[in-house]
Design a protein around this ligand. Structure first.
Ligand SMILES: Cc1cc2nc3c(=O)[nH]c(=O)nc-3n(C[C@H](O)[C@H](O)[C@H](O)COP(=O)(O)O)c2cc1C
Ligand code: SF4
Ligand code: SF4
Length: 272
């Protein structure tokens, strides 16, 4: 049975999970792994959303893989869930990558899909490096190696569940719901204009990498500096992948190390 994974990623964690799932599901079900043409297909949500045509998800297993943002899911993923037709898939899974706490993010993903007409069969999460730089310092060296190892073990277990078509429906408590209501409410209220707090400092050399890695084309280079156009997904790819560490979020990110998933190449994160 064919598996189709729709993914959204900023710094590569969710792409790493998507690729890992594709490999493992192909092994476990005896199918060949071919990211574009074979039985396990990976499709960037940002690319699907650039296209105005309706989205009809295919038969077989269909998955959504994306990061947790403010205890919810990225706005573009909500918009994708609203836009796509999920009538054909036999089995639907959602895997969230996260860094610290998800509160009720899994419930948000489950409920949004249920409201769009088809409840998912399986919702789970995988802990990875936290790329929310204003609050966290991403791990490196041995700490990152050990986090990647535990993420790999979680990925293995999730792939086995999906191959066995297991069911997993989230149910968070009242406290988690309250946190999500507050945090995710803020993201939904401010929407795509949260980029107003990004700026490039004097170390910017106008190289244009930020423009290329923005998954939604929200950046242009004007007078050798990035300009943000308020269609932001808040993925932090521009900030983390700038080779000069020139992009800052308010004053909270200066001198902090940047993050990219160690097993994903920057070329894989360009205009997906
Ligand atoms: C704007 C923003 C908000 C985030 N909010 C949360 C959060 O509420 N809980 C959490 O555990 N991680 C949070 N994170 C961390 C990411 O979910 C995590 O690092 C994820 O694996 C990044 O995936 P990516 O590399 O595919 O972009 C946030 C990251 C960003 C950029
Ligand atoms: S990637 Fe960094 S250095 Fe290059 S244009 Fe953007 S902000 Fe400037
Ligand atoms: S502007 Fe930066 S944070 Fe916003 S979507 Fe583009 S890369 Fe992500």
């Amino acid at each position: 049975m064919k598996t189709t994974v729709y993914y959204f990623t900023g710094t590569g964690n969710s792409l790493w999970v998507s690729k890992g799932l594709a490999e493992r599901l192909s092994e476990k079900t005896g199918m060949s792994t071919d990211f574009c043409r074979g039985e396990t297909e990976l499709i960037p949500i940002a690319k699907v959303m650039r296209n105005k045509n309706p989205v009809k998800c295919p038969k077989g297993a269909v998955g959504i893989v994306c990061p947790v943002y403010q205890c919810g899911i990225p706005l573009i993923v909500s918009e994708f869930i609203e836009k796509a037709d999920f009538k054909l898939p036999d089995y639907i899974f959602i895997i969230l990558t996260y860094g610290s706490h998800t509160a009720s993010a899994e419930d948000i993903a489950y409920d949004q899909m249920k409201e769009s007409g088809r409840a998912p069969d399986y919702v789970n999460k995988i802990k990875m490096a936290d790329n929310y730089l204003p609050l966290f310092t991403p791990p490196s060296g041995e700490k990152l190696d050990s986090l990647m190892k535990s993420a790999e073990a979680e990925l293995e277990a999730v792939a086995a569940d999906i191959a066995a078509r297991k069911k997993k429906i989230p149910k968070s408590g009242i406290f988690a719901d309250l946190i999500t209501k507050f945090m995710y409410g803020d993201l939904r209220r401010k929407g795509h204009a949260k980029d107003k707090k990004f700026h490039a400092d004097d170390s910017c050399n106008g190289c244009g990498t930020c423009e290329k890695v923005c998954p939604v084309g929200n950046i242009t280079i004007e007078n050798q500096r990035p300009a943000w156009h308020h269609n932001c997904e808040f993925c932090f790819a521009c900030l983390h992948l700038c080779p000069k560490k020139a992009i800052q979020y308010k004053n909270s990110t200066k001198k902090k190390p940047r993050y990219k998933n160690p097993e994903i190449k920057i070329s894989e994160l360009m205009r997906r």
